[in-house]
Design a protein around this ligand. Structure first.
Ligand SMILES: *Cc1c(COP(=O)(O)O)cnc(C)c1O
Length: 385
């Protein structure tokens, strides 16, 4: 095997396009010099349609979790009642962060592998009968491969409460439609290393006007992640309060170029196709999927490991075919494996994963499935061209 041919299909980090790597090699610039404000403004504004945001997107030099923390720290004042939809490991993380900042957290527990239904949220909010400060949701619950009905959850939140609606879009912003105003999202956060085709190291926070006053008034202790500082620096001179990750921001500009060339609506369609090819291919080789078609994310697919053979698939793919998948997290550890198909990912990549899964099943179980999943996925692809 060629050692440099490694295939990364984890649900983050994801492969980085060659041209993005090149862009990140541009000479370093001083962030207090004259070039950086131009770069920052360009990227912050070109990301607006990707985040469905009416405001330029705030860029932090840290991983996705910092954006979750920023959202919580800048909204919560100790003792506030907040609701967190927990449908997997990342909802659970959001809840822990809120607890850290002293919120009175009401966890809406959803069965892992399912999406939260709008009626579920409505019943929960009504039965709470509290003045809820914010509702936190995860757009794509990466640990289960579930896409939540964010638009409907936003509309329930606003109909039943005066709460802010705060969304973690780390594992699908850059691959899916979103409209913060129409969907009534007040803060939307993401990270660089998933659908945005960048290395790890940037976090993004899109803040709607509706959240700005709350952020100004929150009494939580914060320094590096104080969004007021970022918003004020951007407003006054298109700068950041602390040293930005300049190279990654150059990379982000190249990602914007790629979105423009493909057309963002086509980026979204490509991910829908990748999802359908992957799911239909896996069904054709009789691997059980964790989520229903209706709840499935277009960026990550989770497969149940129902027997000893499927439990070994992930390792065989790595050892024999240099394909990296994701495992299960927390209570799904050992119960599933996950395939990321987001960002710099093509239909051919899906065929690559499916063909190696077939070979692995063939050698592990002696089940002759060679070509079955690939064929089904090809049919889906042909129907879409
Ligand atoms: C990956 C991920 C995060 C965490 O991002 P880090 O970059 O690892 O800090 C948060 N939420 C979701 C939904 C994710 O998929």
């Amino acid at each position: 095997m060629l050692i440099d041919q490694q295939y990364l299909f984890a649900p983050g980090p994801t492969p980085v396009p060659e041209r993005v790597k090149h862009a990140m090699n541009l000479p370093m610039i001083a962030h207090r010099g004259q070039e950086f404000p131009v770069l920052l403004e360009e990227v912050a504004t070109r990301l607006m349609p990707v985040f469905g945001s009416k405001n330029p997107v705030t860029i932090l030099a840290s991983s996705g979790t910092s954006a979750l923390e920023a959202a919580a720290a800048n909204v919560i004042t100790e003792g506030d009642d907040v609701v967190v939809i927990v449908a997997g490991a990342f909802g659970d993380r959001f809840a822990s962060i809120c607890e850290t900042f002293g919120a009175n957290v009401h966890r809406l527990e959803v069965e892992w592998g399912k999406a939260c239904r709008p009626e579920q949220l409505e019943d929960f909010l009504k039965s709470l009968d509290k003045d809820v400060k914010a509702v936190f949701a995860t757009y794509c619950e990466t640990s289960t491969g579930v896409m939540q009905p964010i638009k409907d959850l936003g509309s329930v939140t606003k109909r039943v409460t005066n709460a802010l609606f705060i969304v973690d879009g780390v594992s699908n912003i850059g691959a899916v439609p979103v409209d913060m105003e129409a969907w009534q999202i007040d803060i939307l956060v993401s990270g660089s290393q998933k659908a945005l085709m960048l290395p790890p190291g940037l976090a993004f926070v899109a803040v709607a006007d509706t959240a700005k006053e709350v952020i100004r008034q929150s009494k939580s202790k914060r320094f590096y992640l104080d969004l007021n500082r970022y918003l004020a620096s951007y407003e006054s001179d298109r700068s950041t309060p602390f040293t930005p990750a300049v190279s990654l921001i150059y990379g982000a500009r190249e990602v914007c170029n790629m979105f423009d060339e493909e057309g963002f609506e086509n980026v979204i369609k490509r991910h829908e196709l990748l999802k359908t090819m992957m799911r239909e291919g896996l069904k054709a080789v009789e691997l059980p999927l964790l989520t229903s078609d209706e709840d499935a994310s277009s960026t990550v697919t989770a497969v149940r490991t129902v027997n000893d053979q499927t439990k070994q698939l992930k390792k065989v793919l790595k050892d024999q075919f240099a394909i990296t998948l994701g495992g299960g997290q927390k209570k799904l550890k050992g119960e599933i494996f996950r395939i990321g198909h987001m960002g710099y990912c093509t239909p051919f990549d899906v065929l690559k994963v499916l063909s190696s899964i077939e070979m692995a099943i063939h050698s592990l179980e002696g089940r002759n499935v060679l070509g079955a999943g690939v064929k089904r996925a090809q049919e889906v692809w042909i129907d879409n061209v």
